[in-house]
Design a protein around this ligand. Structure first.
Ligand code: C2E
Ligand code: CA
Ligand code: CA
Length: 576
């Protein structure tokens, strides 16, 4: 290896120190001390220092600065350096004559990082410089921790930190804007993860530009959920919407990409940025899927919703301990005989202040905060307990379906927990049916496939809930070994008004048959629906026509009379 090139590499690897001093003797004294460890640059005054610095800003790690020099003194140099983004972060150690606290404070207020007094003590100088370099490295590291590796914009922590600082230091009016891509999952599913990533990178780039133009920030919270902090200006929402629209038109993807924004106008700057973000998210959720509505503001009704959410979160644990959660049952009926062939367990919350709450008001919150796994376990236990009692009382046993949340399935001990219950109460596993909603199967197919297989091997029946409510469930239907299809209520909605969805209903029942699955129609409300479902050979129905969900003791009475009725109708049939 030629000598020069070896030397050249060494020089590049060495960190640089810039000595700025008009006194030649001082410059060479310092250079002597530093030469061994660092690449030394020198300048006689502030102006020359700026020239050297701009040419070598990548290499210079620390500046040693004399304050009193001709042409441009140290103070002037500091003010220019601090204002120049490309060199502002290089730490400056000021050299002064006397050990004087006031002077130290003064230079620090000009942007210097540290301060060194003459005469020069070799060890002290090397240590100070070493300290500054380490501090700088930690700073860089901290910065890289704040950045989202995929898109290069801020990550959640980085955004929150920066936003908090900006809000503290700048008095302008600001908004927090949450935004995401409509049906982003479809982009991943149809075009692949890489294409999804590219789209996220593109969106991050254009929105970072948009935010920067307005003195704001842009960050990615997770997945396709982004956030911006923007100064409030009238009409900027429209501007933002058309900006994204134009940018997305230029983006090379067959599918039309729609981005929606939720805006929270910051009034109280002391609340946590994550809380502000949650509010902006609530606003954007309100317009999900609404044609032509591309932005929305957080308002008071949403505030009430959040308060309720908070109240629910605060009281849920105690409510569970106090037995405020009740299990209701709704029968599943054989559509030919109208006999009860099963029932679904549906939870209710008997809230001392708010009365009987339907699950729609609290289940989504529990799913978000994770409490759902505890609640579901409670429901399963209540059901097992009831079945054990029925067994003891010699009642006829019909299978009970319980709802399994997506979060339950991701607990590794999910099956153990259920087995523990069936063991404890000595219940046949075939008496417990697991309802898993359709969209869950599309998410993590291998894991779910594995889980459903295991459930089947253990003797539990698995029902695909809300079949037809999501998308693309046809392919996986052939792969996932479910036992029953529960046809989503919307197939029957508006049934009498023109039979618009009749074809899909017929198709779905036929599909279930061809796969050897039973089907249950949900939302059966009228006699006409029962007749139509019978005609289609759908086996079971569930809905208000037969019974609303009712408390367990009421259900037991109904079950008794239903079975008596059934016995007598069977007898009639035998006699005829
Ligand atoms: P789902 O599993 O689809 O339950 C069926 C919902 O349809 C129930 O609403 C039921 O009361 C309602 N329904 C039954 N028949 C009819 C009808 O003829 N017409 C109409 N319009 N509606 C009918 P509910 O009880 O309000 O439950 C709502 C959702 O909450 C359930 O939907 C389920 O996803 C969830 N859920 C209920 N209990 C639990 C539970 O213990 N655990 C979990 N994870 N989720 C639960
Ligand atoms: Ca269900
Ligand atoms: Ca359902």
């Amino acid at each position: 290896m030629p000598f020069t090139s070896y030397w050249g590499e060494c020089m590049v690897n060495k960190k640089g120190i810039l000595i700025v001093d008009d006194n030649e003797l001082d410059r060479s004294l310092l250079a002597d001390i530093l030469q061994e460890k660092y690449e030394v640059f020198t300048a006689e005054n502030g102006r020359e220092a700026l020239t050297v610095l701009r040419a070598n800003f990548k290499q210079v790690a620390v500046i040693l600065l004399d304050l009193y020099m001709p042409v441009m003194n140290g103070y002037e140099f500091l003010s220019v350096q601090q204002a120049d983004e490309s060199i502002a972060e290089i730490p400056v150690i000021v050299i002064t004559q006397q050990d004087n606290n006031d002077a130290e404070i003064e230079v620090l207020s000009y942007g210097a990082s540290a301060y060194l007094t003459k005469p020069y003590v070799r060890e002290l100088i090397l240590q100070k410089i070493g300290d500054e370099i380490r501090k700088q490295e930690v700073d860089h590291l901290m910065k890289s921790i704040d950045v989202d590796t995929l898109t290069g914009c801020y990550n959640r922590d980085g955004f929150c930190k920066k936003a908090q600082i900006l809000l503290r230091e700048d008095e302008a009016a600001y908004d927090i804007v949450a935004f995401d891509i409509e049906q982003f999952r479809v982009v991943n599913d149809v075009y692949g993860i890489h294409e999804g990533d590219r789209l996220l990178q593109y969106l991050a780039r254009i929105m970072t530009g948009f935010a920067r133009e307005r003195g704001g920030l842009c960050g990615r919270i997770s997945g396709d959920c982004f956030v911006m902090l923007l100064t409030r200006k009238s009409g900027y929402e429209e501007e933002m919407v058309s900006y994204v629209d134009r940018a997305m038109e230029r983006y090379p993807l067959q599918m039309k990409i729609v981005v929606r924004f939720g805006i929270y106008q910051i009034e109280n700057r002391t609340i946590d940025v994550t809380v502000m973000y949650d509010r902006a998210v609530l606003a954007v959720k309100r317009i999900k899927g609404k044609y032509g509505e591309l932005y929305a503001y957080f308002d008071d009704s949403m505030r009430d919703e959040l308060l309720l959410e908070k109240e629910i979160t605060n009281s849920m644990q105690q409510a569970l301990a106090d037995g405020e959660f009740l299990v209701y049952l709704q029968p599943k009926c054989n559509l030919k005989t109208e006999e009860y062939v099963g029932a679904e367990a549906l939870i209710r919350w008997q809230n001392p202040e708010r009365g009987l709450l339907p699950p729609g008001q609290f289940i989504p919150i529990f799913e978000k905060n994770g409490f759902i796994t505890e609640v579901d376990l409670y429901v399963w236990e209540q059901v097992c307990q009831m079945l054990a009692r029925w067994k003891k009382e010699n009642r006829p046993l019909i299978p009970i379906s319980v709802n399994v949340s997506r979060a339950d399935l991701y607990h590794s001990d999910f099956l153990d927990r259920i087995l523990e219950l069936t063991d404890k109460y000595d219940i046949e596993s075939s008496l417990l049916h697991m309802e898993i909603t359709e969209t869950v199967y599309t998410e993590n197919q291998n894991q779910i496939l594995d889980m459903v297989n295991q459930m089947g091997e253990l003797g539990f029946k698995v029902e695909m809930d809300d079949f037809g409510s999501g998308y693309s469930s046809l392919n996986m239907l052939t792969e996932i070994p479910v036992d029953v299809l529960k046809l989503d209520m919307r197939f029957l909605e508006g049934y009498s008004a023109g039979k618009a969805k009749g074809n899909i209903l017929e198709f779905s029942v036929g599909l279930a048959k061809s796969l050897g699955l039973e089907s249950v129609a949900e939302g059966v409300e009228t006699r006409e629906m029962v007749d139509e479902l019978r005609r289609l050979n759908c086996e079971m129905g569930q809905g208000y026509y037969f019974s609303r969900p009712i408390p367990i003791h009421e259900f037991e009475q109904k079950l008794d009379s239903n079975q008596k009725l059934d016995n007598s109708s069977q007898k009639l049939a035998v006699n005829a």
